[in-house]
Design a protein around this ligand. Structure first.
Ligand code: OVM
Length: 343
């Protein structure tokens, strides 16, 4: 985003890209979406946390932030830093996204308000409490089966298996083809990045299952009561339209398993790597929730979402122009020593 380069160019010199650094911007010449960075997230996050609070990433022409208080402030101000122009690199006002934007993730008030109300109703405290026995029963069944085996794969047989069973059950989805949710979710998350190999690969893997995913969002595809049907009842009652109910079911299918799988996997992995913590948890199972919360903090199943500046403004003293994209690095914020002691 942003305006044309102020730096003079003349006949014969290639036109400067929109990715020029704005005047006085602190520049961080790094590709946050490169394999090298993804394999060494800590150094990228350290550079965000140890340097100036707002840096310009020239490779793509967006801002990046990572300090907890700065990220928090941007996320709390939807009027200035909106979601409706997209939470990935692309500005939805000028690009064609891979699918119709989400009405809960890529939306702001007032459009966002009733969508959120419907979602809150579908996942009310009572509904969630009613889901618990089924989740519990399958957890017992799964653990019994895994313990009977000679060995099992923690990621595939546990972290993926559990959410892929209980969550689609909760939505009211049919039993078949649920693993299709994995490539679909992978695209939902990777679509927010640049057109690199990771994104192209996610697209390639997901393309065959996109029609399946769209089909699953229809009311007649649901096989029983559940979160999906509750969303359609919200439409029957006029809170949202039936097309919006369909898009909210799509949100459940898009975002319901990926982060849960990462969170469960990270929790068990960290416990395996820290046997003293495992002993503490075994001695006091009520520590399960804080253990999970801590794993999610440390692993950040979502690394970053973008916001778009809705008008000229500033962040921590840096001038931001209308249309500028801001990469808000949750994963860095979760490791900010200003916020967390010994993060
Ligand atoms: C959605 C949705 C919500 C959160 C994450 C996501 C990045 C999608 O509403 O579809 O994937």
């Amino acid at each position: 985003g942003g305006g044309a380069g102020a730096a003079g160019h003349w006949e014969g010199e290639p036109l400067q890209l929109d990715t020029h650094a704005p005047q006085d911007a602190a520049v961080l010449d790094i590709d946050p979406y490169s394999i090298e960075v993804l394999e060494d997230l800590e150094s990228w996050h350290r550079r965000l946390l140890d340097g100036p609070p707002v840096v310009w990433i020239p490779k793509y022409g967006f801002w990046a932030i990572g300090q907890h208080d700065v990220v928090s402030k941007v996320f709390s101000n939807w009027k200035l830093f909106c979601s409706s122009r997209g939470v990935g690199i692309e500005d939805l006002t000028t690009s064609t996204p891979w699918r119709k934007p989400s009405i809960i993730l890529e939306a702001d008030p007032p459009e966002h308000t009733n969508a959120k109300k419907a979602m809150m109703r579908a996942m009310s405290k009572d509904t969630v409490a009613a889901l618990e026995p089924g989740f519990q029963a399958y957890a017992e069944e799964l653990i019994t089966r895994l313990l009977a085996a000679d060995s099992f794969d923690l990621a595939h047989d546990f972290a993926e298996d559990f959410p892929l069973k209980v969550f689609p059950d909760a939505i009211g989805m049919p039993a078949e083809n649920r693993r299709n949710m994995l490539p679909y979710a992978s695209l939902a998350f990777n679509a927010g990045g640049p057109e690199n190999e990771i994104r192209l690969n996610a697209l390639k893997q997901a393309v065959p299952v996109i029609p399946w995913a769209e089909q699953q969002t229809l009311r007649e595809s649901l096989v029983g009561p559940g979160l999906g049907e509750t969303l359609y009842v919200c439409a029957d009652e006029g809170l949202i339209t039936h097309d919006e109910a369909r898009l909210l079911v799509r949100s459940l299918i898009s975002a319901g398993v990926d982060t849960t799988i990462s969170g469960l996997g990270a929790t068990l992995r960290f416990l395996a790597e820290n046997p003293d913590q495992w002993e503490l948890l075994k001695a006091d199972p009520s520590l399960a929730r804080p253990a999970f919360e801590e794993a999610v903090r440390k692993a950040s199943p979502v690394h970053a979402f973008f916001r778009t500046a809705n008008e000229d403004t500033e962040i921590a003293g840096t001038k931001i122009r209308e249309g500028d994209k801001i990469m808000c690095n949750l994963a860095a914020a979760n490791r900010d020593p200003r916020k967390f002691e010994n993060p």
